[in-house]
Design a protein around this ligand. Sequence first.
Ligand code: RFL
Ligand code: PHB
Length: 395
Amino acid sequence: MRTQVAIIGAGPSGLLLGQLLHKAGIEAVIVERQTPEYVLGRIRAGVLEQVTTDLLDEAGVGQRMHAEGLVHTGFDMLFNGQRHRIDLEGLTGGKKVMVYGQTEVTRDLMDARQAAGLTTIYEASNVQVLDFDTKTPRVTFEKDGQTHTIACDFIAGCDGFHGVCRASVPRNAIQEFEKVYPFGWLGLLSDTPPVHHELIYANSDRGFALCSQRSHTRSRYYLQVPLTDKVEQWSDEAFWAELKRRLDPEAAEQLVTGPSIEKSIAPLRSFVTEPLRFGRMFLAGDAGHIVPPTGAKGLNLAATDVKYLSNALIEFYQDKTEAGIDGYSARCLKRIWRAERFSWWFTSIMHQFPDEGAINAKLQQAELDYLMHSESGLRTIAENYVGLPLDFGQA
Ligand code: RFL
Ligand code: PHB
């Protein structure tokens, strides 16, 4: 088989890249190791920046998002027993975010890909990326007991944190920056109305909690838990009881509980790979970087990487210039580090750090109190949360 761009991974990064390239008349094949149902079963991101919703529109898949997604103009921060609203719209000159689940984004992209008759190979095992330091890279994989080869011009590594692309780069050609946090997030999805019409990020002395949502009838909640906790230890009843303890009395009283549809624990990590280009292979999305979910930046960063990459590939094929692919890494990394910094900082002021002593909690309270009473403090949170413009760092 031959194609122009072999995309590894059919998560949001790979699918969006496939769609943007298709719109530009560039051929791509996606190779994914899981089934479509498995990919859709992973409950992850919920908040899309305007840059991301614009990209989904550009890819021609924004219709259902605009019909069913929830536009949010602010969110609440809870600490010291009190809630404070961050007026995103007022503080950023009119910017908003869209609450629309990653599952739905993925489903919309999968449907569009299928409708356009584009090739996605699911359940591919032993995927290998080869010769990406030459002009004739190859991808090999096994399926139905046979080994297949894809010859291509470029490989796009959209295969997430545990993928094969980054792992195939020689160790002396790559630098990795990493911070692992001493806790995880236990997430619960339920068909219950959200406790509040906007998100609540809570710093409590029992640990962080987040009240999010997927629709007016479906809620997503998270609790900070020790890394040693196992999801089996957490009954639904225990989850709801703990969440109530971390909320203010009004929210605790209004919380509607019900059976979980999904429950899982995710570790928290800050991680960046430099560079993101290795000859004719590029890393995009979680394959190249991870942010702790507190700032809701992971999927949004993935979308902007993909936009930069599709622009670079379009320039290569249409304008016969390599300037875009040469600049890909530096262009992405500038934006990535800004989002890494915000996600790390927001995580550090909202969670309990067991090893840092009582002084840490006191300093957090002082910082939060300062931020809530400072116009520039509030603006700092709001402008980072709604996200940077796509052309950030171009001047
Ligand atoms: P994905 O989604 O991990 O997809 C990678 C795909 O590659 C496949 N794959 C392979 N395929 C072939 N061969 C191999 N060897 C392969 N190895 C892996 C995998 O099966 C998979 O299908 O990466 P992608 O596409 O870069 O997307 C990134 C996002 O998923 C991620 O950044 C976000 O989910 C992060 N995130 C959030 N981001 C936001 O922007 N806003 C949020 O509100 C938000 N909340 C979250 C989050 C992530 C979370 N977890 C669980 C880490 C909340 C949570 C709890
Ligand atoms: C979610 O709804 O899953 C979600 C929302 C905001 C975050 C992280 C996750 O910061």
